[in-house]
Design a protein around this ligand. Structure first.
Ligand code: URA
Ligand code: CA
Length: 443
């Protein structure tokens, strides 16, 4: 086999077989195939696409490029969740403990936030002492005891993806549905879970700008999962505004604690998305027969405080100071130099909140990283005071900024203001969740 012939085949629109895909991926990881050939191949994929079978072969090959987690030490169906990356997306910190409280086994490996989306690991590390780098056997022990633990991806998980992603980033090949699907699913499958719920975001703050693309990506990932013998369900959710009100690390932990303490209204999007994610996990785990059954269990885990206790215990077992995981003490992690209200300059209806810009504004305050080497300030960020469709008067607060370092404050405020459009007419309400895709939807 010659690499150039395989690039030619893909560029001419033909499907590659599994051996051909393995030749490319293994060759690239070993260093036999140079970056320029892999770049050309991935551009051919971006332009010509891949069949679901091809994408499954790519996923499988990528998955086996490194270590595959062995969760066989845990009984029952191991659960995982993944979000394609959102702003104000605090769902993991709420859903994972709630599902554990309902009897689920949640062994989750998370990634770090880069750019405008926040990462669960950074949020966890905002609680003093908490470690997300835990050896595999200890991770399994914690999950066995508490039903839930969240750690960073192991070093050697899907090295092919690390190499390919770095290349995609600089060759305009990120926005390819088969490449995104194989990137996400290879990591999820290598993490060892039996059942996975995916939250595929669509809108201004998401990878998938259009709903059509989000549906295609979701169906493809569910299908890859079932071809590999795993259960996968996907929600398609809106990212035309931040999901929760908080954008920042300790701020988002606080919002998760609020949810677990029953302080978040069931009509709030964050609550609803958490419920739907939890419902899918409980059903796939065989812990609920119906949606309503699953919902009542999840609600009971909020009302009894058991969900919050699971999060506290998880933090404790991961070396953190669990006393912060309470509404009484979490504010101590939010002691910033300045809290600044950003006020509206006119009256009207909030018609647009561009999530990406809101996320970037929070990042400029120090809540996120621009490059991998940047450090995060866990206390900073912003709390939205409005959602799309709300009416706002002149000089009323749109958000509160939590600020320590003011170097980029002005820039952050400017970007934040650009993100929000206030109009005279009341905009139509957009749904928060567009669909739930399960295996049956891909047949
Ligand atoms: N997230 C991933 O892990 N990979 C992609 O390609 C896009 C989003
Ligand atoms: Ca996230």
């Amino acid at each position: 086999m010659r690499t150039v012939d395989l690039i030619e085949k893909k560029a001419s629109g033909f499907a590659l077989n599994e051996d051909e895909i393995r030749f490319l991926i293994d060759g690239y990881v070993k260093g036999d195939i140079p970056d320029y050939q892999m770049s050309a191949f991935m551009m051919a994929v971006r332009l010509k696409g891949m069949t679901p079978q091809e994408t499954a072969s790519l996923t499988l090959t990528m998955m086996h490029s490194g270590e595959v987690a062995d969760l066989s030490g845990l009984k029952g169906i191991k659960l995982d969740k993944h979000s394609t990356g959102g702003v104000g997306d605090t769902t993991t910190l709420a859903v994972a403990p709630l599902v554990a409280a309902c009897g689920g086994t949640v062994a989750k490996m998370s990634g770090r936030g880069l750019g405008h989306t926040g990462g669960t690991l950074d949020k966890l590390e905002s609680i003093p002492g908490t470690s997300v780098e835990i050896p595999m056997d200890r991770f399994i022990d914690i999950v066995r005891e508490n039903g839930v633990a969240v750690i960073g991806q192991t070093q050697n998980l899907v090295p092919a993806d690390k190499m390919m992603y770095a290349l995609r980033d600089v060759t305009a090949t990120v926005r390819s549905i088969p490449l995104i699907a194989s990137s996400i699913m290879s990591k999820k499958l290598a993490s060892g879970a039996d059942a996975i719920v995916l939250d595929v975001k669509t809108g201004s703050g998401a990878f998938m700008r259009s709903k059509e693309e989000a549906f295609e990506l979701a169906r493809l990932m569910v299908k890859i999962g079932s071809l590999m013998g795993r259960k996968v369900a996907a929600l398609i959710t809106d990212m035309n505004q931040p999901l929760g009100m908080a954008v920042g690390n300790a701020l988002e932990v606080k919002e998760a604690i609020e949810l677990l303490s029953g302080k978040i209204n069931p009509s709030d999007p964050l609550y609803e998305v958490c419920m739907l994610l939890g419902v899918q996990l409980l059903k796939m785990a065989g812990l609920a027969d119906s949606d309503s059954d699953a919902r009542s269990s999840l609600r009971a885990a909020i009302d009894s405080g058991e969900g919050l206790r699971r999060l506290q215990r998880m933090i404790e077992l991961q070396g953190g100071d669990a006393s912060y995981v309470s509404l009484d003490k979490i504010d101590e992690l939010l002691n910033v130099k300045k809290k600044i209200d950003i006020r509206s300059t006119k009256e009207g209806y909030i018609s647009v909140i561009q999530a990406e810009k809101i996320g970037t504004a929070a990042q400029m305050l120090g809540a996120g990283r621009e490059t991998k080497a940047d450090t995060i300030d866990p206390s900073v960020g912003l709390v939205m005071k409005v959602r799309c469709g709300d009416h706002i008067g002149f000089d009323e607060p749109l958000a509160t900024f939590y600020v320590n370092d003011e170097t980029r404050l002005e820039e952050a405020v400017k970007l934040f203001r650009e993100a929000i459009v206030i109009s005279d007419q009341k905009p139509e309400r957009v749904p928060m969740v567009y669909a739930v895709i399960t295996e049956n939807d891909t047949l």
